[in-house]
Design a protein around this ligand. Structure first.
Ligand code: HEC
Length: 105
């Protein structure tokens, strides 16, 4: 029994590390691809610039909740809703992508 618990603990511990390590990194790579293929034609300069169909996203003053909500539900007549297309993890990764946008040198 003790050995079983130790093994179980090890397995959970290891998978925890694997999750913490791999999925956000993979999700962040996915977010770049998603943004380029799905969002970038409205949000110019990969989200860095104004003047497109959609507003500039870099340095947005909107809250996390607002951004997640906008991506999930869109804005009627202006931006499509993506809640059915992307998982919560992908939307969180898109949020991180937007938060991490820096001017291109
Ligand atoms: C068809 C063009 C279009 C596409 C595609 C699009 N957006 Fe938008 N987006 C807009 C427009 C227009 C607004 C402004 C909506 C409003 O003010 O009501 C907006 C607003 C936003 C906002 C809120 C910005 C703010 O400051 O109000 C975020 C965040 C956002 N979009 C992210 C995304 C992401 C992420 C994707 C891809 C998954 C995406 N958009 C795809 C047109 C688009």
């Amino acid at each position: 029994m003790r050995l079983f618990l130790i093994t179980l603990g090890l397995l959970l511990g290891l998978s925890g590390v694997a999750f913490a390590d791999e999925s956000p990194v993979q999700a962040d790579k996915d977010a770049v691809n998603i943004f380029n293929s799905t969002c970038g034609w409205c949000h110019q300069g990969a989200g860095r610039a104004a003047g497109g169909i959609g507003p500039k996203l870099m340095d947005t003053s909107r809250s996390d909740e607002f951004i997640v909500n906008r991506i999930k539900n869109g804005s009627e007549g202006k931006m499509p809703a993506f809640g059915a297309q992307f998982s919560d993890a992908q939307i969180q990764a898109l949020l991180r992508y937007i938060r991490n946008l820096k001017p291109e040198n």
